[in-house]
Design a protein around this ligand. Structure first.
Ligand SMILES: [Zn+2]
Length: 285
């Protein structure tokens, strides 16, 4: 059973500025179709029991997906899909959007993009966000690490900022996306010390040299249990991500190699109880 904790909802090109689209085409070495079609996702999601979906809001970088789009998208397959709302706290009304997305649209977590939107996650002006997440048990997934968007602010994305948040709001379930690449060492330092802070491995398998080294660090620090499987669809998909992760077990450099059983545990990890979420389609107990 696989849980994909990181996918996007881009049902048209409307959410993107022209610049964002142009720069996104350089995210991988080959151009990417940014439109998300759920049937295509599902066709390449073998054994995937649940998928977390969100849009993304970041005025600075030229991205804005209304949470309503996410609520509509998950209606396509309510037995597998879990929706998160998105917030850009640099914009007015973000608190009202948070309450609306949670209470009216029924979205079950929060996605933040600090570097795309231009804010620090530990800024005390965001205390209302973290307090709300803690009170209502909403997991928070943040983009951490580099990006293609030229207007994004690298200084706001460092994993060390989440250490500050987690010290102040220790009960919030937090996922740092992309293992903080290329700041994986710093990301590992944070997930190691905070019981409820995790990292996802989405969109990393297509840089196998980097991911091999990152997972060796994970192995040496003994934090495999803090890694969650994710894809970052539409940038890649479940089957390709699983194959990419498994292939790393075949790498041997001198006396260093990754244990296949740890990679399999990561692929099969049930993230839902760790994040305080239910399997979609099941009534709340
Ligand atoms: Zn993403």
């Amino acid at each position: 059973m696989i849980i994909d904790v990181h996918t996007h909802v881009f049902t048209s090109n409307k959410p993107f500025s022209a610049q964002f689209l142009k720069e996104a085409s350089g995210a991988r070495t080959t151009p990417i179709d940014m439109i998300t079609r759920y049937d295509e996702y599902r066709a390449t999601a073998t054994d995937c029991a649940a998928t977390i979906c969100f849009g993304g809001k970041a005025r600075l970088a030229g991205l804005w997906v209304d949470d309503q789009d996410v609520a509509d998208y998950i209606k396509q397959d309510p037995d597998h899909l879990i929706g998160f709302l998105s917030l850009d706290p640099t914009q007015p009304n973000w608190q009202a959007e948070m309450e609306y997305g949670h209470q009216e649209l029924g979205l079950q977590g929060i996605k933040l993009m600090p570097m795309y939107a231009g804010f620090y996650p530990q800024d005390e002006q965001l205390d209302a966000l973290w307090t709300y997440a803690q009170k209502h048990n909403l997991p928070v997934l943040l983009h951490t690490g580099t990006t293609f968007a030229s207007q994004s602010q690298l200084e706001t994305t460092l994993p060390r900022h989440i250490d500050v948040v987690a010290r102040r709001f220790p009960e919030v379930r937090i996922i740092m996306a992309h293992l903080g690449h290329p700041f994986e060492g710093e990301c590992i330092a944070v997930i190691r010390k905070h019981p409820h802070v995790y990292a996802d491995v989405s969109a990393l398998h297509y840089r196998p040299w980097q991911l091999f080294h990152s997972l060796m660090l994970v192995h040496e620090y003994g934090v495999w249990q803090k890694l969650l499987f994710g894809t970052d669809f539409p940038f890649t998909n479940v089957d390709a991500s699983v194959a990419g992760l498994r292939s790393l077990a075949e790498v041997k450099i001198d006396r260093f190699s990754l244990p296949l059983e740890k990679i399999e545990e990561l692929i099969q990890r049930n993230a839902l109880p760790l994040l305080g979420l239910q399997q979609p389609g099941q009534a709340k107990l």
